[in-house]
Design a protein around this ligand. Structure first.
Ligand code: ATP
Ligand code: MG
Length: 577
């Protein structure tokens, strides 16, 4: 491709809504143009990159025996009613819905479990046809509350979604391991620094859920990892060894203390000269199930924090939110800051974190404005709470395997693999004839890769002040030959010759044959981020060119043949990953 013929329009200014470097650079390079909130047009260069990522995904999934198909984007409501997800997705507001001219309801697919389960049920009748793993690469639609960061969180975005069908859990383990392997190769080949982390599997449970995270400060996810053992988990899922707490001694008589204006843990530490670990704070949450809402009370050791995802799982509800001041007043009869386990209304469920199990002589609120209770003994002074792991693991704590201390990092979730089991096949009555001749529900896995998010993550990880530094395997062009001054025939001739030679050698190269001053041309080329460059300038007459590696901006004057050899060597190393 000649850059003189390519639509290149680089911008000087960052778009007003671009907050992170990758979004700014892709917009400034003309890679993406916002069509509407969360909707983007991919320009010709962006589309080249996306096609390269798609091809890597395809190659690695095919290598593991997965089969590509294509499902409709528009789904009938009826399928989603059968799986039981229609009402919830509509209530969450995440799904785009529409009607045909007869008034029948449809949605634009945010994910495809329903359609694929129905498809498998139609075509797969016998255990002899299993295992099967089916995937597609297609636009997904989600009405995200906060579309932002460009392609990172769009409302229409490209996803690879795969679904495996197996006879039993052991066979699913094999299918899952294949996808895990494929994902590692995909992200390695894309040139990304990533980590796979344990993820919350929600109410479905089970051990099988991992997210693939590209490590970057702009990531929306927090992860905790242990360098010594390799343990890594999304903070929503992470465990740790809880920090030690001082012994609590034999139960003492309950005491009530006036604590005017003392509400927070820090204030209580100062007021009572007790460590935070000797306290139990009580937080009220509004919990939502599909059919009801309830206020629940959660006790947590004073020095620790609640993990709301673990709370949702413990309650087996859809969502929790801290109760508002009004609700706190109504339920506890006291101002915020004085809630406690004693005398809570009977219909308020009382949960506590495991770190409080068997602890006595706790300092808690009294459910009376201006008072706290000392020496609270759960089971004696109040109902015995039900104990669950509700604690947020934090950096600096010991990893659950005790191999070392947890460190924290930010990550961008580019992929997710998940053992579904029979959730959808049972709900939708999708079965095959088992070896025993009985109808058996499929044991399923589901797998996703955010293709467009992956492309932008690569930029987030590979850029500098001058622009993008694409990893070669997903760069729109692997190399650029720059003709510095197109008015000089010897430069034009040499640049054309090098360009031809590179392409003949299988290098995906473009030629910058644009007229104009060299400065702005170099600026554009650096912003666009082609990984390797050969600049043909004044040395052309002597057969000398400049060989440039975009990442690190190393430049070297070399004879033409040497420059070409160096470029091909560097490229071969990157392609071999
Ligand atoms: P997130 O937690 O970021 O909202 P998710 O867990 O809802 O993502 P999945 O349903 O697991 O996402 O989808 C599979 C993959 O699709 C994700 O790992 C992510 O890379 C990508 N993805 C999800 N939502 C978006 C979006 N709004 N824009 C771009 N990519 C997305
Ligand atoms: Mg996910």
């Amino acid at each position: 491709m000649r850059l003189s013929q390519l639509l290149i329009a680089t911008l000087r200014e960052d778009p007003a809504d671009a907050e992170i470097p990758s979004h700014k650079l892709l917009a400034r390079g003309g890679y993406i143009v916002k069509t509407a909130s969360g909707l983007y047009t991919y320009g010709p260069l962006m589309w080249r990159t996306l096609k390269k990522i798609i091809e890597i995904v395809r190659e690695e999934l095919d290598r593991e025996g997965a089969q590509e198909l294509m499902m409709p984007i528009m789904h009938p409501k009826e399928l989603w009613v059968r799986s039981g997800r229609w009402d919830r997705y509509v209530a969450d507001g995440i799904m785009f819905t529409l009607q045909d001219q007869k008034g029948t309801d449809y949605c634009l697919g945010p994910t495809h479990e329903e359609v694929i389960t129905d498809f498998a049920d139609t075509l797969i009748n016998s255990y002899k046809q299993l295992p099967v793993n089916l995937y597609q690469i297609q636009d997904k639609f989600r009405d995200e509350i906060r579309p932002r960061y460009g392609l990172m969180r769009g409302r229409e975005f490209i996803m690879m979604d795969a679904y495996s069908f197996d006879v039993d859990a052991a066979a699913l383990d094999v299918s899952y391991a294949k996808m895990d392997r494929a994902y590692r190769r995909i992200f390695t080949r894309c040139g990304l620094e990533f980590r796979s982390v344990q993820a919350d599997a929600g109410a479905i449970g089970g051990s099988g859920s991992e997210e693939f995270m590209v490590i970057a400060d702009a990531g929306e996810d927090a992860i905790l990892y242990c360098e010594e053992s390799g343990y890594a988990a999304n903070v929503e899922k992470a465990d740790s060894v809880p920090p030690e707490a001082p012994g609590c001694g034999d139960p003492l008589p309950l005491e009530k203390h006036a604590t005017p204006d003392v509400r927070t843990v820090d204030q209580l530490v100062a007021f009572f000269s007790l460590p935070a670990a000797a306290m139990a704070k009580t937080l009220l949450y509004q919990a939502t199930w599909s059919d009801r809402e309830e206020v629940v009370a959660v006790m947590m050791r004073g020095d620790l924090e609640i993990n709301e995802v673990k709370l949702v799982n413990a309650l087996d509800c859809l969502a929790v939110a801290l109760a508002g001041d009004e609700t706190v007043r109504r339920v506890t009869g006291a101002e915020v800051g004085f809630a406690g386990p004693i005398g809570l209304p009977d219909d308020v469920r009382l949960l506590a974190d495991r770190t409080l199990e068997r602890r006595t002589n706790l300092l808690t609120g009294c459910n009376e404005t201006g008072y706290h209770c000392l020496n609270v003994d759960p089971g004696r002074d109040c109902r015995m709470p039900s104990f669950h792991d509700l604690r947020l693991a934090r950096a600096g704590e010991l990893a659950p395997d005790r191999a070392g201390v947890l460190k924290s990092a930010r990550g961008i979730e580019v992929g997710h693999i998940f053992k579904l089991g029979t959730k959808y096949s049972k709900a939708m009555q999708a079965t095959f004839m088992g070896e025993d001749g009985k109808p058996t529900p499929f044991v399923m896995g589901c797998y996703g890769i955010g293709v467009s998010r992956t492309a932008q993550s690569a930029v987030e990880q590979n850029h500098d002040d001058a622009g993008i530094c694409w990893p070669a395997p997903i760069a729109p062009f692997e190399a650029v030959v720059v003709c510095v001054d197109v008015k000089k025939p010897e430069q034009v001739e040499l640049a054309e010759r090098i360009w031809t030679e590179l392409r003949d050698a299988g290098v995906d190269a473009c030629l910058d044959d644009r007229p104009g001053r060299p400065g702005p041309k170099f600026k554009d080329v650096e912003l666009l981020g082609f990984p390797y460059g050969i600049y043909v300038g004044r040395g052309a007459a002597d057969g000398v060119v400049e060989y440039v590696v975009r990442k690190g901006r190393a430049k070297e004057e070399l004879p033409v043949a040497t420059a070409i050899a160096r470029l091909r060597e560097a490229l071969a190393a990157e392609r071999a990953r």
